[in-house]
Design a protein around this ligand. Structure first.
Ligand SMILES: Nc1ncnc2c1ncn2[C@@H]1O[C@H](COP(=O)(O)OP(=O)(O)OP(=O)(O)O)[C@@H](O)[C@H]1O
Length: 832
């Protein structure tokens, strides 16, 4: 029963100490007693029928006993076996032995474990044998018989066997972790090992096979190999070479040559010892090429080689449970509610024809000559000039002659623009990482970059970004994409009519082409009331809104404040979920949720990304000021990890709209043409946006460098087609509901509490809150299995009734009633 008996651990330091005499005495008495009992029991089992009549004749010398230990043996047998527990009596003898050993400080057994196992079998075996034999006998003893008799009368024979089977089943499950999955794993292990052994015994390669064949041939010849002895100390080796084929020379492995110790892995406790295989090699044969003086030294020490083995980390309960769930149901599929949802196809977008860059040699030559001539006039010598043609602008890169100062060329910007008689000239001196000076000159006939071409591109189709946003093309005609999840928020500015709305549509379209409705929700704020209205058609697929609002597109400033506060609550509750799941990012969290490691009963849910789009931020700031600025700044500072990202656009990029606080938290910025260089500095911290040519010509700042891009063009009818296509498909029952915002300033609304309108679960919720002393909505959600909104409403009622205190930000509300008795009294008063 105890595995450790096979491999007794090294004696403890305690064992080495001398034991007191009474201790030795008692220890030995118990050991002897256990042996006498075991002998008596064995002997009794063989002779009990003959000796049964001798009961009560202990002192009668005329009566002889055939028990090994005479009448005492008979007495032991009768008392322990016949009158009580049958063959389980051997376990009692074993327990005496264990206790004796423990007294003698021989810790071969784990006392409590051994006693636990023993007691279980002392109870179980008599019942089992009683059920098998159905009568008094030495197997079950009277105790077993009577219990079986009693149980049969109460629960019947089937019930009795059920109890026996369930109890032994539970024993194995609890004691040896024998769940079906664990058994399967073990069987797989055994299978692997067996296959491994068989493989090991078979020639693994052609070479081995040849070697084996050679050996067989030698065996056939019956000579050569000799003088190797297999000793008993090498059990594995010996066991594999037991059957020596006939005619094969005797193979002997000398124990002096090598000792291989591979501890058997028996239990988790022994795992550490089992983790390494120790091979001790003691060379006895002389080592060739070693001087004689070293030879004896080499012989005198032991050479130990330790091979570390892989330790199979034991999985914890939760891991095993989630693995079982995944086996049964597969990974959680967040798209299942809208499993048939078809992502929009590329044909919904208009084909604007070929976007091949046409090279106008005359224009190129003309511009080149103008630049070179102008610079010459200002005494700026050029060593080299090169042109790169983009969709909207051509970049002329010049390498100035040695000794020319960069600042001198930069100063000539206006002169060059005048000379080229073109708008939108931008001089980049020096070009980052290139050692040249760049002059961007708009093309006379720019090529349009269509949304269709960029979305159809290989780059976008195969992108593995979390929130891929394709802006358009760079100056060198490459498709430019960025991950909104990494930006993590985007500030957009541009004077009216310069392509900002098209830019927002391009961003939204790229997300709609990549993300399933279950993965992404938009919160749209459109104070201008016209730009984003189009998207209301996809409300039940992609939009999020406050529970009490009719329209998902928010146009009212007051509602914007509520929505932003609601997003802050959503952010806090997501942080709480991430904290409870030990995750740092939404991606990690959703990954765990998909692997079924997070229990929805504990409030866990699949978290879609939320993208807040504000078209015309200036309007909001002007009307609501700090009330808007604060939640926006808070979200911008904290929300990235929980998958909430902001896109804030404005046509008035003045410092009182894009404040320092906002700017500091929006590292990614996109600027379309702005009116003044001051505006350009406000948005980009650099001039340049005032030099753009409009029509989607933009500068993108990613925190490090400013890139000039041509924004992809998507027209309103195209967007309409996309939203119609999505909107026509089956959607969710409603838009994604954001958490309700507690009433203003979180004041207690006891005056507003109406007992007649309280929720059916109001009292239950009050009891939960008071008994746990936790005023948390998510806890109510879990305990009462409610949606967030209903739980929130109940919490508001509890607040109104005065059971809990006001809304307390991310913390739980204070509970005003301290114990259940007072609560019951309180509830009774409310009912009157
Ligand atoms: N990427 C682009 N490619 C080609 N043309 C564009 C592009 N972006 C914008 N345009 C042109 O510029 C016009 C105005 O663009 P858009 O409506 O986006 O401006 P806006 O900055 O949003 O203006 P407002 O702030 O008044 O809404 C478009 O109708 C279109 O003709």
């Amino acid at each position: 029963m105890e595995k450790n008996t096979k491999n007794p651990p090294a004696a403890t330091p305690e064992a080495g100490k001398t034991l007191s005499k009474p201790r030795i005495f008692f220890g030995i008495i118990l050991l002897v007693l256990s042996l006498v009992m075991a002998g008596s029991f064995a002997s009794y089992l063989m002779n009990w029928k003959a000796d049964q009549s001798q009961a009560g004749t202990m002192l009668d010398r005329s009566v002889k006993s055939s028990n090994l230990f005479g009448k005492v043996g008979d007495w032991f047998g009768k008392i322990f076996i016949f009158d009580s527990i049958g063959v389980a009596a051997f376990i009692v003898a074993f327990l005496f032995f264990v206790v004796g050993m423990l007294i003698l400080k021989k810790r071969y057994f784990k006392p409590w474990k051994t006693i636990g196992h023993s007691l279980f079998f002392i109870c179980w075996l008599p019942i089992f044998f009683g059920a098998v034999t159905q009568g008094v006998g030495t197997l079950s003893g009277v105790y077993g018989y009577q219990i079986v008799d009693f149980l049969t009368s109460v629960i019947g024979l089937v019930g009795l066997w059920a109890v026996i089977a369930v109890s032994i089943g539970m024993y194995f499950i609890l004691e040896f972790n024998m769940r079906p999955s664990a058994i399967k794993n073990r069987l797989n292990d055994i299978n692997d090992k067996t296959v491994g052994k068989i493989k090991g015994m078979m020639p693994s390669s052609a070479e081995d096979f040849e070697a084996d064949t050679e050996l067989e041939e030698l065996a056939g010849n019956g000579n050569e190999i000799s003088n190797v002895t297999v000793t008993e100390d090498v059990p594995r080796a010996a066991s594999t070479i037991t059957e020596v084929p006939k005619g094969f020379p005797e193979v002997e492995v000398n124990n002096d040559l090598e000792t291989i110790t591979t501890p058997n892995r028996t239990s988790f406790e022994e795992m550490d010892e089992a983790a390494s295989t120790t091979v001790t090699l003691t060379p006895s044969a002389p080592i060739p090429n070693l001087p004689a003086s070293f030879q004896s030294e080499a012989d005198s020490f032991e050479f130990k080689v330790e091979v570390a083995q892989e330790i199979d980390e034991p999985q914890d309960e939760a891991d095993i449970k989630s693995a079982d769930l995944v086996k049964q149901h597969g990974f959680y599929d967040h798209t299942l509610d809208l499993a048939k949802f078809q992502m929009p196809h590329i044909n919904l977008l208009k084909d604007y024809g070929s976007e091949e860059i046409s090279i106008n040699k005359e224009e190129l030559e003309e511009n080149k000559n103008k630049i070179v001539g102008l610079l010459k006039n200002f005494n700026v010598g050029i060593a080299e000039i090169k042109a790169t043609i983009g969709p909207t602008v051509t970049l002329y890169e010049i390498v100035p002659e040695a000794g020319i100062r960069v600042a001198a060329i930069k100063k000539l910007q206006d002169d060059i623009a005048l000379n080229l008689s073109a708008m939108g000239i931008r001089i980049i001196a020096p070009m980052p990482g290139k050692g040249t000076i760049g002059i961007e000159v708009p093309r006379k006939n720019p090529t349009m970059v269509s949304m269709r071409s960029v979305l159809a591109s290989h780059k976008f189709q195969n992108s593995d970004m979390d929130l891929p946003v394709v802006f358009g093309k760079t100056i060198s005609n490459e498709i430019f994409m960025a991950d909104l999840a990494k930006m993590p928020h985007l500030l957009m500015a541009g004077a009216t009519g310069q392509g900002k709305s098209v830019g927002i549509n391009a961003i939204l379209t790229s997300l709609l082409y990549k993300k399933h409705p279950s993965e992404l929700k938009f919160v749209m704020v459109d104070p201008k009331k016209v730009e984003l209205t189009l998207y209301s058609k996809i409300e039940r697929h992609y939009l999020a809104k406050l529970p009490d609002s009719d329209d998902a597109i928010i146009t009212d400033t007051h509602k914007v404040i509520n929505t932003l506060n609601s997003l802050c609550i959503e952010m806090d509750s997501r942080y709480e979920l991430l904290k409870n799941a030990f995750c740092r990012t939404i991606k990690e969290y959703n990954g765990k949720f998909k692997e079924r490691k997070l229990n929805p009963e504990n409030g866990h849910r699949y978290l879609p990304y939320i993208v807040l789009v504000v078209d015309e931020f200036a309007d909001l700031i002007m009307t609501a000021g700090k009330e808007v600025e604060h939640p926006i700044a808070r979200l911008a500072q904290l929300a990235r990890a929980v998958g909430i990202h902001l896109i804030v656009a404005t046509q008035r990029p003045s410092v009182n709209v894009i404040t320092g606080m906002i700017k500091a938290n929006f590292p990614a910025r996109a600027a379309f043409r702005v009116i003044s260089s001051v505006d350009s500095r406000t948005i980009l911290d650099a001039t340049g946006a005032d030099q753009l040519i409009g029509k989607g010509d933009m500068l993108y700042f990613n925190g490090n460098e400013i890139l000039r891009l041509q924004c992809a063009f998507v027209d309103t009818p195209e967007v309409e087609k996309i939203v119609d296509y999505i909107g026509a498909q089956k959607g969710y029952a409603s838009a994604f509901l954001l958490p309700e915002v507690p009433n203003e300033e979180g004041q207690s609304g006891s005056a507003a509490f109406d007992p007649n309108e309280k929720d059916a679960l109001f009292e239950d919720a009050a009891r939960i809150v008071v008994s746990t002393q936790q005023g948390s909505t998510s806890m109510l959600q879990r305990q009462l299995k409610l949606g967030y909104n209903r739980a929130g409403r109940i919490m508001d009622q509890l607040e109104a009734a005065g059971v809990v205190g006001g809304f307390n930000g991310a913390k739980a509300r204070e509970v005003q009633i301290t114990d259940l008795n007072s609560l019951e009294q309180f509830l009774q008063d409310l009912r009157r």
